[in-house]
Write a protein that binds this ligand. Sequence first.
Ligand code: UD1
Ligand code: MG
Length: 455
Amino acid sequence: MSERSCLAIVLAAGEGTRMKSARPKVLHEVAGLPLVCHAARAAQAGGHADLAIVAGRQSDEVLAAASIVAPGARLCLQHERLGTAHAVLAAREAIAEGYDDILVLFADTPLVEAKDIAALRRGLAEGAAVVVMGFVAADPSGYGRLLTEGDRLVAIREDKDCTQAERAVTFCNGGLMAIAGEHALSLLEAVGNANAKGEYYLTDIVEIAAARGLPVVATTADEENVLGVNTRVQLAEAEASWQARKRREMMLAGVTLVAPETVHFSHDTGIGSDTIVEPNVVFGPGVKVGANVTIHAFSHLEGAIVADHAEIGPFARLRPGARLSEKVKVGNFCEVKNADVAAGAKINHLSYIGNARIGAGANIGAGTITCNYDGFLKHLTQIGAGAFIGSNSALVAPVSIGDNAYVASGSVITADVPSDALAFGRARQENKEGLGASLREKLKAEKEAKAAAKG
Ligand code: UD1
Ligand code: MG
């Protein structure tokens, strides 16, 4: 099959009005990745294919999104939204180049797997002119119905055009289709728009091909794989399915998820084996976690790299550019952003570490804040290896603390601290013997005088 050339066309020009959104439907995200990217990935997963994206509204943004996963995709514009067959014809020039297989995918169908694409292409390799991806719908409303005679597929009837009897059919169109390149243009050009929506339906090529005596077949996919997103309810369903798949994949790869259904992954989350993820952990985009890491409950990670044997949380927040080396600890209510934290360093309680470099084995006391922003620019805080930062210290960047230096608790550090030095950045404490007792007497007398005056 691999020697057959293939053009995959992803239709991404629909208005998606039922999303009730200013954004084109296909830019809404599942697992932090736009729908159109999921479809483009699926197209590629089925083996080598050239990719064409058919976009309408905000086409620059749609192509920019698609090129995250498919940099070589070509853009075809559908200026008017006249239906799915009309959309495919926006890629006419590419189709005319003479590919063996033409695949059509919908950008609003994000859960398609490589095996589905392979099944479609197998159908063409076995001689079909058109292969349709069918599925048995629990609730078929809204989907096109596959009308069969024996094993032959004779037509697809859109929901709005169905008779009462046709509406009861549960074998539905999943939206993916494969067309033999040699027949594609002539079939598409024969499609008319005499239907309930007045649109050029891609689905009509089934009836046209069947009438010409060309072999048309349907394959069957799992309903989940062909879930089409037309509303935000379906968007949430797609997200839930995607997350369930990813959790399973993670667990099978050796990651412990204590309460899998409470962990939320991003499309690109990577985690090494023997890492434990406790309940209610959220991974935003760009997170890579090593092996044997523990991520305690209620932590939120985004754009962070975490090396082996680190320990995060509970209630920790790692933001973009947090790079933690081996055995680093980031404890409860700590936020780390754009910071390199060397091996074995500890940031255990209630700290903000931003724009910083922290040396190996440094201990950052509770409540330490790097004051990295002056309202205009961000500045760097450097903390040497083995340094000890006392609790409740404010480190006003740019500032550097040398190796093995100490910073006394409660300091506001505005000047560099040399290696091995002890810095006090706070008012010196004075004790006045007996003054506490006399103050207490004075305050008590004042209160009694006030009460007496009131009567
Ligand atoms: C479509 C199918 C239906 C199938 C269902 C599966 C047709 C006519 N209907 O219906 O049989 O059961 O998907 O989810 O094909 N698009 C364009 N340009 C257009 C119209 C649509 O690019 O002019 C794109 C949309 O962005 C979307 C895809 O084509 O990604 C499908 O369009 P949509 O309006 O969602 O069709 P459905 O009503 O879901
Ligand atoms: Mg749809």
